[in-house]
Write a protein that binds this ligand. Sequence first.
Ligand SMILES: [Cu+2]
Length: 145
Amino acid sequence: MRKIVIIAAVISLAAFAAACGSGAKPAAGNPIKGQVIKSGPIGNGLTVTLSSESGKLKNGQQDLNIAFTDAGGKAVDVGAASLNFHMPEMGSMAAMNEPATLTTTGTPGVYDGKVRISMLGDWQAQIAFEGPAGKGKTMLPLVAQ
Ligand SMILES: [Cu+2]
């Protein structure tokens, strides 16, 4: 219970910082831009966070941010990163893949992304990295809404 309260406090602090810093570049110590869509462990002790202005994965063309952080929430230079949105086949509909275009920012470990999601519903964000921090990959389930 105590841990949950602490986490809630950290989240509201982060939201406050994001609101205050809107328009500012992400810094190594405060690497999450906008609002979190989803985050999770990606291996080698790192966490990956997808975020955007709305905090939602939307249907259609959109800008996203992706940040790789250590246990302290600090951005970590991971070198090459990739992000693909995958929807498994559904009945007669073939599987779909929408790779995001990632570009580096002034902060190593933080990337700007662009993607065109082509359908509402359940997607898997397939994320991988390889470079100075080793390599890792994960899959985060998301709903385009
Ligand atoms: Cu589909």
